[in-house]
Structure formats: C-alpha cells, structure tokens
Design a protein around this ligand. Structure first.
Ligand code: PCA
Length: 224
C-alpha cells in the first residue's frame, strides 16, 4: 500500500529519548510510548524515540518530520530533579554538555546550527497549556531554559526545521524522573508516569483544539 492514505487522520509527532546518564529508563520515552496510536482531537499520535546523542538525534528527528509531515509536534525529555512538568519557552543555538552523551560526545559551546538564529521560541500556547494543566491539577510551570544538552538541541532543530511551516505548532516539554528513579536519591522530586502521560494528553489536546482550553483560568498561576 504505497502513496496517500487519504482517509488517514492527520498525525501528531511525539518524541521521547532513550536512557542516558546511567539511568535504566527515560520517562520521556515511556510517556510518549504510552500515547502511541492514541487518537486525540482528531489526530493520530505517533511516538518516536530519539537517541540522547548530539550527532544522531537531529537526523532521526528530521527524518521523522519528513516521513510524517505531522500537523503538530511535541518533543519530550527527562529533566531529572525538576518537580513539575516544564513547558519550555525557548531553545538556544548552543550545545554545551556537562556530561557525555550516549556516544561519548561532550560539545563545549558549539552552535546547534552554524549561522542559525540565536534562539527560537516555542510555538505551543504556553499560557493555555499551563492553565489547562493546572485545571487538571497537574504541577506544571513555564521554564525559561531547556538547558544546553541534547533536549535543547532537539528543540532548536525542531523549530528550525519547521520555521517555514508557521501553522504547525511545535515545542518541547520536560518531565520529571519517575519514582523508581529516585529510590536512592533522598530529597529528589519525581512524578508518577501516569501523571506525566496525563500532562502530555492535556498539552496535546490544548494544542490541537485551543477551544477546549478551560475558560476563565488564564490568570491561574500568574503572579500579577
Ligand atoms: N533529557 C536530556 C537529554 C535527553 C533527555 O531526556 C536533556 O534535558 O537535555
């Protein structure tokens, strides 16, 4: 069966990463995998795994974008130690690794895309997503930095690849460790996988159908 499958619903790409830094799993992959094949707001979820490797992640992501031509895309990563689901605001044009990636690479201040813009902003409705997450009673925040490791690189590559396709919402979400990862880490935050999955569902639904966002909650979580 080649060619166009005309009646197939539009798809939305969700990516998670493989495990890195000595962890046995990566909750970002577990969470997006749980949504693979789900239909949300008339879209079919397609989950893909990205390697936590600077040299390979962009290639896998670009290939998935070419293959699927998704109507929207959210990349997800693990942010060990964070207590809340983080809606990332921006990606910087820099790779600066504190630890080696899964290929042993540890870039030090190199650009993601030579000659590219200094930064890209998320193309998700961050305030609407935050309000919807809070309405669903899920701890969440807007984060002003996705770091300078592979997650930031992937967010940058995503937004760079889609820079001419302004109608495609795209962005990045960090999720906490799952409880099993913090058994030996006293005082480190975690979030049950089902809560992270529920958070992604809320973010996806809000992104694909902004009219579904809770009304009158836009001030939730704001300081002024
Ligand atoms: N988190 C890392 C890379 C892969 C992942 O899940 C990061 O925050 O950069």
């Amino acid at each position: 069966m080649g060619g166009m499958t005309r009646r197939a619903p539009p798809c939305m790409l969700l990516t998670g990463f493989d495990a890195f830094g000595g962890e046995p799993i990566n909750p970002s992959w577990e969470a997006v995998r749980a949504l693979d094949g789900a239909r949300i707001a008339g879209h079919r979820m397609v989950a893909r795994q990205l390697p936590t490797a600077f040299a390979r992640a962009p290639r896998v992501l670009r290939a998935a974008l070419r293959e699927l031509a998704p109507a929207a895309a959210v990349c997800v990563g693990q942010a060990g130690g964070r207590a809340q689901v983080s809606l990332e605001r921006a990606a910087l044009n820099v790779c600066d690794a504190r630890i080696a990636d899964n290929d042993g690479a540890q870039p030090c201040g190199e650009p993601v895309v030579a000659g590219g813009p200094d930064a890209y902003f998320s193309r998700l409705s961050l305030e609407a997503c935050l309000a919807a997450l809070h309405a669903a009673r899920i701890p969440a925040e807007i984060s002003n930095t996705a770091g300078t490791f592979v997650c930031n690189q992937v967010m940058y590559v995503l937004l760079h690849a889609l820079r001419a396709r302004r109608s495609v919402p795209a962005g990045f979400v960090h999720i906490p460790f799952v409880p099993a990862q913090v058994m030996q880490r006293r005082g480190t935050s975690s979030m049950a996988l089902e809560h992270s999955v529920a958070a992604l569902r809320v973010i996806v639904a809000t992104t694909l159908d902004p009219s579904a966002a809770p009304r009158g909650t836009h001030a939730t979580g704001r300081e002024h």
